[in-house]
Ligand binder design. Structure first.
Ligand code: S3P
Length: 177
């Protein structure tokens, strides 16, 4: 039986991937990223998938990834794309951790990043800031509804957040895979 996956959900730019790497370093768990799985499966970037096929196609692959994760993956830290929370079997894949921030912080951190332009360009749903903010607001209660744990991350270092989560979930260094 599949056990002990940890899924990091939350809005674009909240730091899910960075935190997953930080958690992997301190627990010995492997990590997977749903967007990386989709890009390698499709052999093209997310941006291109959205442009060539449209969003519903992308969401359909997210569901396929979710089905595969549920059946075949265990003891793994899984960082997800910002819309992955909507798959129908999310809570059967593992413990869901919602990384909560506020929109101003997300924007500020994205713009302060040395690779800001690249970070924005690769995200089709972040091209228009007003639309992104609306999406952010629509999604906040939906993320909360799916979450087993909610962690406030605004303005915090990933080391500090990783400590809180690993303590909360009782994940010790080099947990058994
Ligand atoms: C999306 C978030 C992106 C990516 C795709 C759609 C979303 O992932 O999956 O562009 O719907 O919020 P990040 O959260 O890693 O940016």
């Amino acid at each position: 039986m599949k056990t002990k996956n940890i899924l990091l959900i939350g809005f674009m730019g909240v730091g899910k991937g960075r935190l997953a790497r930080e958690m992997a370093a301190r627990t010995g768990f492997f990590i997977l990223d749903t967007d990386d799985l989709i890009e390698s499966f499709e052999n093209r970037k997310i941006k291109k998938i959205f442009r060539q096929e449209g969003e519903p196609y992308f969401r359909n692959i997210e569901q396929k990834v979710a089905n595969w994760l549920e059946l075949h993956v265990s003891n793994t830290i899984i960082s997800t794309g910002g819309g992955f929370f909507a798959v129908e079997n999310l809570n059967r894949i593992g413990t869901v951790v919602f990384l909560r921030s506020d929109f101003d912080t997300i924007i500020r951190e994205m713009l302060d990043h040395p690779k800001a332009a690249k970070k924005i360009k690769k995200r089709p749903l972040f091209q228009d800031v007003e639309k992104a903010q609306q999406l952010f607001e629509t999604r906040q209660p939906l993320y909360t509804a799916k979450a087993d744990i909610v962690i406030d991350v605004a303005g915090r270092q990933s080391e500090d957040i990783a400590n809180e989560i690993t303590r909360h979930l009782n994940l010790t260094a080099s947990s058994e895979a």
